[in-house]
Design a protein around this ligand. Sequence first.
Ligand code: NAP
Length: 324
Amino acid sequence: MKAIAQSGYGPASVLSLRSVPEPTIRPSEVLVAVRAAGVDPGVWINMTGQPYAARVAFGLTKPKVAVRGRALAGVVSAVGSAVRGFAPGDEVYGTTGSGSFAEFAAVPSARLARKPNGLTFSQAAAVPISAVTALVSVRDGAKVRPGQRVMVIGAAGGIGAYAVQLAKAAGATVTGVCSTGKVALVRSLGAAEVIDYTAEEVDRDGPVHDVVIDTAGCRALSLLRRATTPRGTVLLAGGGHDAGGLLGGYTRQLRAPFVSLFSSQRVTGVAAGERAEYLEALTPLLEDGTIRPVIDRVYPLAEAPDAIRYLAEGHPAGKVVVTI
Ligand SMILES: NC(=O)c1ccc[n+]([C@@H]2O[C@H](COP(=O)([O-])OP(=O)(O)OC[C@H]3O[C@@H](n4cnc5c(N)ncnc54)[C@H](OP(=O)(O)O)[C@@H]3O)[C@@H](O)[C@H]2O)c1
């Protein structure tokens, strides 16, 4: 099959369109003919092997899995002997460890769900990692309640665009933080207030937000806390674009428990798992229009390296998708 693969870590130029063997499935896995694959910053981390701590999981000297991409939507081609609930021909979405920038992917059935009705494959592929992280942030991490004020930093990004919509749907009044060109988009997603970070900082209104969800990852914890109520929650979803060193931009997540210890505010990281139950929670919200995927750009498979380059610039308006 055709796939975008790499032999060693490096910039997007290490990727190429190759012929690779079709993945074989284990009894608990489903073979999916991929129609579209989501691109997210994790793909860049997997490609570059940075920050270096990521190599513990992805491979010390080169990626253990050559094919890139994780999120996907497609059609079931075959099911493993232990799989229940999926059959060839089903339209599905989820995440794979075998690489989704490929014609076929092996997907554990526990990470797969029926594709929401009414969504294209590209829209569905834009959901699994980003919307799941937003869901885990808003619903589980911050436990957003009606009447709360919620700030989303990086409100036009892959996670942020969903977080704004989910917080609004939970009954919160949302402040979105984005650059000038994204203000209208963030308002259209349901933000009551928008802070253009090129003109004003996130503490513009003082400590009024019950919850601050930071996906951009580039601000000091002290600044985020100045936008948060005394008993509020700062949720660190992202690590920003500082890829250097062992942990890149993720040192704030390590400091968070210590900061919480000496503060009435809760400062915490969020780690979203890849589980079908999260997708199943999102499916009805996508089907009834409570939330919608925002697609910035769509690239054909052969141009997946350009898709990653674009995402790595750090300013997508919603999601970037690769079609197969
Ligand atoms: N915790 C988890 O489980 C988990 C899961 C997935 C991803 N992540 C991480 O979460 C982060 C965000 O992921 P994503 O998919 O949302 O990334 P993304 O799609 O690249 O979006 C990042 C957003 O950050 C905004 N941004 C850039 N500089 C900014 C600044 N100085 N201030 C405010 N906003 C700024 C950009 O908007 P503008 O154009 O407006 O600047 C962009 O929309 C990444 O670090 C990723 O690795 C975490």
